[in-house]
Design a protein around this ligand. Structure first.
Ligand code: TXA
Ligand code: MG
Length: 319
């Protein structure tokens, strides 16, 4: 099977929705990254997602819904969870909540946990697909497990061309890093993954936010594998000067001399622009003629936390 890449017209979205209802897999754009979509109520479709990505089965998937009304049928919302949904949905925030016994979701999608991660994406194509499919959609990022996430239809096609029937092309993803994963099952909200909604925004709404230690891999925070988002080349963080043959991801107007190639995440040091460019630029520099990819320091504030989280994992030793 070779995937057809189709512009996300209403007809193409309808076709994608039908494929999902029949148990097939399609790739679709969200505001964060492209997702690999399957019917979240079908154990077979969800099993196909894990197989297509080569994803370990202990790492649960995010379930996508149009909004709060549909989400409440799947998980138990308290007032705090409703507040989160009203404030940040549709948008790049996934909420981990107690799964309803009668939710009808695949058990595999939650990797056997009694919680479920739910998200209402803001992208117009994602919303249209969810409404046309008429069921919750399980969708991890549409890349091979452990590799750099896709922010264009072409990236999806490079990684998963033989695994999906159809790739809906909605152009480049505007946010460019995945959703923030916020666990609301405990007394204090816990940030399981930094993402498109910033810690500062969450603190404004919830006050205290717990941040589990990096690399901590508990039943509550599964899938926090140290090596993830990894290009083929070695990644070196907080670079100040060039090593022979290295390519550079620069942040801000200046780049030190001596790099074999330089791409600017953002010349104006704009973190939103840098996030939107991050994965595409990592992919562009991941070429055998370079000895590695160096990255200039990026401030650990706002979207910088999500960017640095992805870069630290890209730089971690491969398992
Ligand atoms: O932006 C996004 O979230 C994208 C787009 C496609 O929506 N999706 C995405 O999915 O990034 P994925 O599968 O690549 O990442 C899902 C994350 C993983 O870190 C997983 O461990 C966590 O969500 N997760 C899912 N269900 C969970 C649960 N019940 N408890 C804790 N963490 C969970
Ligand atoms: Mg992913």
């Amino acid at each position: 099977m070779t995937a057809s890449i189709l512009p996300a017209t209403p007809e193409a979205i309808e076709r994608a929705a039908r494929l999902i209802r029949e148990g097939g897999l399609v790739a679709f754009p969200t505001e964060t990254v492209y997702g690999l979509a399957g019917d979240a109520t079908s154990e077979e479709a969800v099993a196909r997602i894990f197989a297509a990505k080569g994803r370990p089965r202990f790492n649960p998937l995010i379930i996508h819904v149009p909004g709060l009304a549909e989400a409440e049928a799947l998980a138990a919302f308290d007032e705090r969870a409703r507040l989160a949904a009203r404030r940040f949905w549709p948008g790049p925030l996934s909420l981990v909540l107690p799964r309803r016994a009668e939710c009808g979701l695949s058990l595999l999608a939650s990797a056997g946990l009694d919680t479920v991660a739910l998200r209402a994406p803001a992208h117009a194509v994602a919303q249209a697909l969810l409404r046309a499919a008429c069921r919750p959609i399980a969708a991890p990022s549409a890349n091979r497990s452990g590799r750099v996430s896709p922010t264009t239809a072409a990236h999806v096609s490079t990684d998963l061309d033989d695994q999906v029937a159809l790739i809906l092309d909605g152009g480049p993803c505007p946010v460019g890093v995945e959703s923030t994963v916020l666990d609301l099952t405990g007394r204090t909200p816990a940030l399981l993954r930094a993402g498109g909604v910033t810690l500062e925004e969450l603190r404004e709404v919830f006050g205290d936010i717990e941040i589990p230690a990096a690399g901590e891999n508990t039943p509550r925070a599964p899938g926090r594998l140290p090596s993830h988002y990894a290009p083929g080349l070695a990644v070196r963080l907080d670079a100040v000067d060039a090593r022979p043959g290295e390519a550079l991801l620069a942040f801000g107007p200046e780049a030190p001399a001596g790099f074999a190639e330089v791409l600017f995440l953002s010349r104006s040091a704009d973190l939103a622009e840098a996030a939107a460019n991050l994965f595409a630029m990592l992919r562009r520099l991941d070429r055998p003629e370079f000895s590695g990819i160096a990255v200039l320091p990026i401030p650990e504030v706002g979207l910088g936390r999500a960017i640095n989280d992805r870069l630290r994992r890209a730089a971690a030793p491969k398992l």
